[in-house]
Design a protein around this ligand. Structure first.
Ligand code: AQP
Length: 332
C-alpha cells in the first residue's frame, strides 16, 4: 500500500509584542487544528521583529512569552517542530538568496510595507524607513521555502505576502529548476481579521500603542472583561452582522471563534439581547478563555529552553537541505 506523504505546514508570529486574541483566532487556532494533518513547522519570528526598532530586553521577553503561549494554546511538540527563527541561521542566508531575485518595486508595493513605513515617517517627519521593513517579505518567503511548505495558516493581512511567495517560488523553479512547492494560504472562515476594540475599522495589532484596543493573551482576565464592556460599537441597539456595524460584527466574530460556532449561530443567539447583555457574554467568554490559557502558560514557561533546543535541531536539518538545493541551483 502506498503511504501518502503528509503535506508541510509552516507559520510564524513576529515577536514584536504580546500576543493578542486576534493572533490566536487568526493564526494559532488553525495551527493547532491542522497539526494532526500536516507535518508542521511553527516558529517565533524574532528576526522579523528587528524590522522596526525594538528594545533588546523587550524582544528577549516577547520571544519567550510567545514560545510558552504557543504551547499553552495547544501546539504539541510531539506533532509540531517549534523553534526560534534566529536559532536556525539558514534563515539569514536564504533571505539573501531571495533578495537577489526580487525588485524594489515588488517589495515597496506590499500593503504592509506601505502602512508601516507611513507610520514611521509620520512619527518623526523624516525619511527614516528601516531597510528591514522593505525586506520583511523576502525573509518571510525564505522562511516558507526553507521548509518547502505547502500550506500557511495566516490572517487575511498576510495574504499578499503569501501571493508574493507563490510568485517567487514559481520564478525560482523556472529559473533554477529547484522544484519548490508553491504554497497556499489557509485563512480562517471566522476571525480572518479581528478588529481593534477602540476603532473597529482598524485591525487589532499587538504593536498598537493603545492597550485598550487589543485583548492580550496575558491580560489580567478581569481587565480583558472590562475592555470588552467598553468596546466601541454603535447606537442602533440591534445585534446583527453587517459591514455597517463593524464593532458588533467584531464582537460576534470573537465570540463565535472562541465558542467554535458559526457567525450566524452567534447572531441568532444574541438577536434579542441588548448591547450590555451581549457584551457581558462576550466578556465572560474571553475572561474564561484567558484564565485557561494563562494557567497552562505558567506551567509551560518552565520547559521552553529545552523545547527550543530540540525544535531548532529538527528544523535545522530540513532548512539545511532546502538551502543547499537552492544554492546548488543558483550556481553556488
Ligand atoms: N487582526 C487580526 N485578525 C486576524 N489575524 C491576525 N493576525 C494578525 N492580526 C490579526 C495574524 O496573526 C499572525 C501574526 O503575524 P505577525 O505577528 O507576523 O504579523 P502581523 O500580521 O503584523 O500581526 P500583528 O499582531 O498586527 O503584529 P504587529 O503589530 O507587529 O504588526 C499572522 O498570521 C496574522 O495574519
Amino acid at each position: 500500500m502506498m503511504i501518502e506523504k503528509k503535506k508541510i505546514l509552516l507559520s510564524g508570529i513576529t515577536a514584536t509584542g504580546n500576543l493578542t486574541i486576534a493572533n490566536y483566532i487568526g493564526a494559532i487556532k488553525n495551527m493547532v487544528k491542522l497539526q494532526d494533518k500536516y507535518t508542521s513547522y511553527i516558529f517565533i519570528a524574532d528576526l522579523h521583529a528587528l524590522t522596526l526598532p525594538i528594545d533588546p530586553k523587550v524582544l528577549a521577553e516577547n520571544r519567550k512569552n510567545i514560545f510558552a503561549l504557543y504551547l499553552a494554546c495547544g501546539i504539541d511538540t510531539n506533532k509540531t517542530t517549534l523553534f526560534y527563527q534566529s536559532d536556525v541561521i539558514e534563515h539569514g542566508m536564504m533571505n539573501w538568496l531571495i533578495l537577489s531575485q526580487t525588485t524594489i518595486g515588488e517589495l515597496s508595493r506590499m500593503t504592509q510595507f506601505k502602512d508601516k513605513s507611513t507610520k514611521v515617517k509620520t512619527s518623526n517627519g523624516m525619511e527614516t524607513i528601516p531597510t528591514g521593513l522593505l525586506m520583511y517579505p523576502t525573509l518571510m518567503v525564505g522562511d516558507i521555502l526553507l521548509y518547502n511548505a505547502d500550506i500557511i495558516p495566516v490572517g487575511i493581512d498576510q495574504k499578499q505576502h503569501i501571493e508574493l511567495t507563490r510568485d517567487i517560488a514559481s520564478r525560482l523553479n523556472n529559473k533554477f529548476n529547484v522544484e519548490f512547492s508553491v504554497p497556499e494560504p489557509f485563512i480562517p472562515e471566522i476571525g480572518a481579521k479581528i478588529m481593534s476594540l477602540t476603532d473597529p475599522t482598524k485591525k487589532m495589532s499587538k504593536s498598537d500603542t493603545n492597550p485598550k484596543s487589543s485583548i492580550y493573551l496575558l491580560d489580567n482576565p478581569d481587565d480583558a472583561y472590562k475592555k470588552i464592556m467598553k468596546a466601541v460599537t454603535d447606537s442602533e441597539g440591534k445585534i446583527y452582522i453587517s459591514e455597517n456595524k463593524p464593532g458588533i460584527t467584531n464582537l460576534l466574530s470573537i465570540y463565535s471563534a472562541l465558542k467554535n460556532i458559526s457567525l450566524k449561530e452567534a447572531e441568532e443567539l444574541f438577536k434579542d439581547k441588548n448591547y450590555g447583555e451581549f457584551k457581558h457574554e462576550v466578556g465572560m467568554t474571553v475572561k474564561e478563555f484567558l484564565t485557561n490559557i494563562q494557567e497552562k502558560y505558567h506551567k509551560y514557561y518552565q520547559i521552553i529552553d529545552s523545547e527550543a533546543i530540540k525544535g531548532a535541531e529538527k528544523a535545522s536539518l530540513v532548512a539545511k537541505e532546502n538551502l543547499a538545493k537552492l544554492m546548488k541551483g543558483m550556481g553556488l
